[in-house]
Design a protein around this ligand. Structure first.
Ligand code: ADP
Ligand code: MG
Length: 458
């Protein structure tokens, strides 16, 4: 027997003290080395292992080849013995690695990572194998936990994504509904503002009309009486003038003549009746305005709701305004098939009249066309259009045309009450007035009226 050389002793001690669990076998698969770390990790002592072929024992219940055995046996299909767990080492040629779980080691089993490498002699022949094992339980457990929590997270993310997508869809839907609602609201608000304006102006107009009505009444009658008196005075003057010839005193005659020339009696005789006539006409106009104002403000309770043929109303109204229209425009009737509508017929006529007069007045030098078109807007609503080829409405005026007293016409020609009156009447019928207009091209007023009248729900 050969004593171990100093180098061999040092190698043994190095092997034994190496902190990684390591063992080695010779070409006969007999264990030659089994270090301290190995004893500690596996719980099998060097004494019971070295010299045996029991390297499988700490790991398996039945005998089987370990990586080192396969290397020594020169097996080329190592992967077949450890399906899924082993692969050739990327660092050491001829070495293999594997990783597996061993339920029998320790209290609740361990994950071990093996690396086995061949030991060769000077000629390169395999004379044994060395195998190290590392406990990778912690890493494995952490990996598992990580995988689990990642799977969990992925699941949560998937769920949240789905929830978010759903919420997003709902939000989009809500936004769409809100936008629609908003549009409706602003339209309703516009109508309310206009209605409110009309209501307060109506009150104002009623007050003004009432205040003006009385004085106008007595001025009207006084002017009539005054005209009478003036007639009588002139007759009297005539009589005096005739008597002038028989006045004997020349001084008196001269004075009378001088005075007549000074006051220009002949002119007065002509001018006073003209003044009276003008005043009378002015008064008639004021009276009309007051009437219009009263109409505009009054909810006209003494009129009856009744079914009426709109076409008949339009025709009779056109007769009334024939004088206003015939020198300026041709009238085209494009009547559709519409039922009778429940309305205040005289007031609807008033609307038509105001629209037609406006259309006629919108014509410039050139003769134009006024088209009166009727038809159904929907099943419950009739529409009446008054379209002209006139000069159109400027954008800045458009928002004010329904305001009482808003007029772009010369003094005496427009009162600015026509459209506000029409607006109030249509409102009372729970209808609508719409305007399309283009400067220089013409304007179309569209009146929408419900076929049935419904009382205000309160
Ligand atoms: N068909 C139309 N074409 C052009 N402008 C119009 C038309 N209808 C109304 N307008 C404008 O609206 C204003 C108000 O009309 P309205 O209330 O009838 O008062 P008025 O006719 O007395 O001026 C008019 O002065 C005019 O500027
Ligand atoms: Mg008018």
């Amino acid at each position: 027997m050969k004593l171990p050389s100093q180098a061999e002793v040092a190698l043994d001690e190095f092997f034994d003290g190496h902190p990684v669990a390591t063992f080695a076998i010779n070409r006969h698969h007999v264990i030659t080395h089994w270090n301290k770390a190995c004893e500690q990790l596996l719980g099998w002592t060097r004494a019971c292992m070295v010299g045996t072929r029991n390297q499988w024992q700490p790991f398996y219940v039945k005998e089987r080849s370990l990586l080192c055995d396969l290397i020594v046996a020169g097996d080329t299909n190592i992967a077949d013995h450890y399906p899924g767990h082993s692969h050739p080492s990327t660092l050491i040629p001829g070495a293999y690695e594997s990783e597996d779980f061993f339920p029998n080691i320790g209290e609740s089993g361990h994950w071990l990572h093996f690396t086995a490498a061949p030991l060769r002699d000077a000629e390169g022949n395999i004379v044994g194998a060395i195998e190290t094992l590392r406990d990778v339980t912690e890493r494995r457990v952490a990996e598992n936990a990580l995988r689990k929590s990642r799977d969990g997270l992925e699941h949560i993310v998937e769920k949240r994504t789905a929830q978010l997508a759903h919420a997003n869809d709902k939000l989009e839907d809500d936004i769409r509904q809100l936008t629609e609602l908003n549009d409706l609201l602003s339209a309703a608000q516009q109508q309310l503002v206009q209605a409110e304006k009309m209501a307060s102006i109506g009150q104002l107009a009623a007050g003004v009309a009432h205040e003006i009505n009385n004085p106008i009444g007595y001025i009207f009658s006084n002017v009539g009486t005054l005209q009478n008196y003036l007639g009588q005075l002139f007759d009297m003057l005539d009589a005096y003038q005739e008597a002038e010839a028989s006045i004997a005193q020349p001084a008196v005659v001269t004075r009378l003549r001088a005075m007549r020339e000074r006051i220009d009696l002949d002119f007065l005789r002509e001018d006073i009746p003209a003044l009276m006539r003008e005043s009378g006409e002015g008064l008639v106009r004021v009276r009309h305005i007051v009437e219009d104002l009263k109409d505009f403000s009054r909810a006209d309770n003494n009129q009856e709701w009744s079914r009426a043929d709109l076409h008949q109303g339009i025709d009779s109204t056109l007769n009334i305004v024939a004088n206003e229209v015939k020198y300026r425009a041709d009238v085209v009737k494009a009547y559709g098939d519409i039922p009778e509508i429940e309305c205040l017929p005289l007031q609807i006529n008033q609307v038509v009249l105001n629209l037609v007069v406006n259309a006629a007045q919108a014509m410039g030098e050139q003769r134009g066309t006024i088209t009166l078109r009727t038809g159904m807007a929907d099943q419950q609503t009739v529409k009446l259009e008054v379209e002209d080829t006139g000069n159109g409405i400027a954008p800045d005026a458009l928002s004010r045309i329904f305001d009482p007293f808003f007029t772009t016409k010369a003094v005496g020609k427009g009162t600015g009450l026509g459209l506000s009156l029409a607006y109030g009447i249509v409102q009372k019928h729970k209808g609508r007035i719409e305007v399309d207009t283009e400067l220089g091209r013409g304007t179309c007023f569209r009146v929408l009226l419900p076929i049935r009248h419904t009382e205000e729900q309160t």
